[in-house]
Design a protein around this ligand. Structure first.
Ligand SMILES: Nc1nc2c(c(=O)[nH]1)N(C=O)[C@@H](CNc1ccc(C(=O)N[C@@H](CCC(=O)O)C(=O)O)cc1)CN2
Ligand SMILES: Nc1nc2c(ncn2[C@@H]2O[C@H](COP(=O)(O)OP(=O)(O)OP(=O)(O)O)[C@@H](O)[C@H]2O)c(=O)[nH]1
Ligand SMILES: [Mg+2]
Length: 456
């Protein structure tokens, strides 16, 4: 248990209906009682039971500053596992800042970024992956991301990792008993059983790792690059999908130079749209830099919207672009369908997963394009309720564990002594315990919580 009592504003800055200061630690009630006076005579904050609320006033240096509500939690039944008091006042920036200052005067220390959640973790209330899920929830901008975060908070990933550590600890125990106490008549570990256990654990980890990219689609959104030759209507398409005139549109080829980004929501999934400079050979160094950025966006994209001008024959640049889309999650968008058709779509059809005709000048996001996008990403999107690796830290730890199991299988295959296998299994367990935080160094824990906001 921590000795200090910390306080921070737990609500977002700015004007709001109410704002809240959270106080956690052994002196939470002593601090709160200095700044909060119950309205009803005879009621005392120190006597309040957990999960009760009191109406009263925020007072500072004998002056009534605002109305307030105190929400009381008693250790260990609170978010942090410590005594917690939450004081809410009207949501003005000045009053809540003053409330926090008053808490400091009363002896509370400023909370570091993520310190409440860190205490919940250190007090054994949540695992490290669950703590990271709290962060994921705060960052989620789409319904899919929030659902994935809720599953992780509920322990989906933690339980999945526990399945793997369960297999491996049983195996390590068996190997240790067999090699350390041969006289004890421990059942021999057959090569087949050893291989099977290692394979099962490795398969579980491989599945988790394979789902990582898809998970980022749920959490952050689908990185969607709008690419194509100059003047085909890429910026017009971005504006159409965003619902407002975000990007400059002109009849002049080479209008867009910088990447223009806009997030749009499509059926619970966020599309991170990037409109890019038209691809062509150019001597203009400014345009050339724009085109370099277009290419980078295209490489990084989960989904490519390759735009063609349906009213013109396809150019060599168009054909080159189509060829680059082969094997990618890419949709051919034949734009300017309002004009007489002159492009031969059949020439590039087999480079794309879908082909749609639209007129980006017309109002409203075309159903055909929307349908094609939803269709393609549905196949890429993992089940948000499933166990998913949430960030690079988790991915790297899972990858280290899988590598150790690959090594263990190689050692077993090569007929090395069980000791050698056992070293690899221990390495895998170390990596997995670091993932869940059961055996994570202070440096790793610091790194995780430094990404949180103050008050969480
Ligand atoms: N006002 C408020 N709302 C909030 C939070 C909070 O801290 N304060 N939370 C966080 O920021 C989240 C809720 N998280 C919480 C997690 C555990 C406990 C808790 O008291 N657990 C006890 C009691 C459970 C029970 O009565 O059944 C326990 O597990 O022992 C409270 C909040 C979201 N909403
Ligand atoms: N007729 C017709 N014109 C369109 C359509 N979509 C875009 N345009 C026009 O085509 C021209 C170029 O549009 P932009 O959206 O700027 O094209 P772009 O692909 O972003 O061009 P760059 O930024 O130069 O690469 C503009 O004059 C648009 O009004 C369409 O569906 N039909
Ligand atoms: Mg443009």
């Amino acid at each position: 248990m921590q000795q200090s009592t910390i306080a921070a504003i737990a609500t977002a800055p700015g004007q709001a209906g109410i704002s809240c200061v959270r106080i956690s630690g052994p002196s939470a009630y002593r601090v709160a009682q200095e700044v909060f006076r119950p309205a009803r005579a005879g009621r005392r904050l120190e006597d309040a039971k957990g999960y009760t609320a009191l109406y009263g006033f925020f007072e500072r240096r004998g002056r009534r500053m605002d109305e307030a509500v105190a929400l009381c939690f008693r250790a260990p039944k609170s978010y942090t596992g410590e005594d917690v008091v939450e004081l809410s006042v009207h949501g003005g920036e000045a009053v809540v800042r003053e409330l926090l200052a008053a808490c400091y005067e009363a002896g509370a220390a400023p909370a570091a970024a993520g310190e409440f959640t860190r205490r919940a973790f250190l007090n054994g209330r949540i695992s490290l992956t669950q703590a990271e899920a709290v962060m994921e929830m705060i960052e989620a901008t789409g319904a899919d991301g929030a659902r994935a975060a809720a599953a992780a908070m509920e322990g989906a990933l933690y339980r999945r990792i526990q399945q793997v550590t369960g297999i491996l600890t049983a195996l390590a125990g068996h190997i240790a008993a067999y090699t350390d106490y041969p006289e004890e008549d421990v059942e021999e570990l057959s090569a087949e059983r050893l291989r099977q256990a290692l394979e099962t654990a490795r398969k579980d980890l491989k599945e988790l790792l394979d789902g990582y990219e898809g998970g980022s689609i749920l959490r952050r959104g689908v990185r969607t690059a709008i690419v194509g030759s100059p003047n085909v209507g890429k910026s017009t398409l971005l504006n159409l999908m965003s619902g407002y005139e975000k990007a400059i549109v002109t009849p002049i080829a080479g209008t867009t130079r910088d990447v223009v980004e806009e997030d749009v929501s499509l059926g619970g999934t966020t599309l991170l749209l990037a409109d890019t400079a038209g691809l062509r050979e150019t001597d203009d160094p400014v345009e050339a830099e724009g085109i370099r950025r277009s290419n980078r966006k295209m490489e990084e994209a989960n989904l490519i919207l390759a735009v063609f001008d349906a009213s013109q024959p396809l150019s060599p640049d168009d054909l080159a672009l189509a060829a680059r889309c082969r094997g990618r999650l890419a949709i051919a968008v034949f734009n300017k369908a309002d004009l007489p058709p002159r492009a031969d779509a059949a020439g590039v059809e087999d480079c794309f997963k879908r082909l749609v005709r639209i007129s980006a000048r017309e109002e409203g996001f075309s159903d055909a394009l929307r349908g094609a996008i939803l269709d393609l990403i549905a196949a890429e999107k993992p089940d948000p309720d499933a166990a998913l690796l949430a960030n690079e830290r988790q991915r790297a730890a899972a990858a280290r564990a899988k590598q150790a199991l690959d090594d263990a299988l190689d050692a077993a295959e090569a007929g090395f002594a069980l000791d050698a296998v056992s070293v690899c299994v221990d390495d895998a367990l170390d990596a997995l315990y670091e993932l869940t935080g059961e055996n994570a160094s202070d440096a790793v824990i610091d790194e995780v919580f430094s990404k949180f906001c103050v008050g969480k």
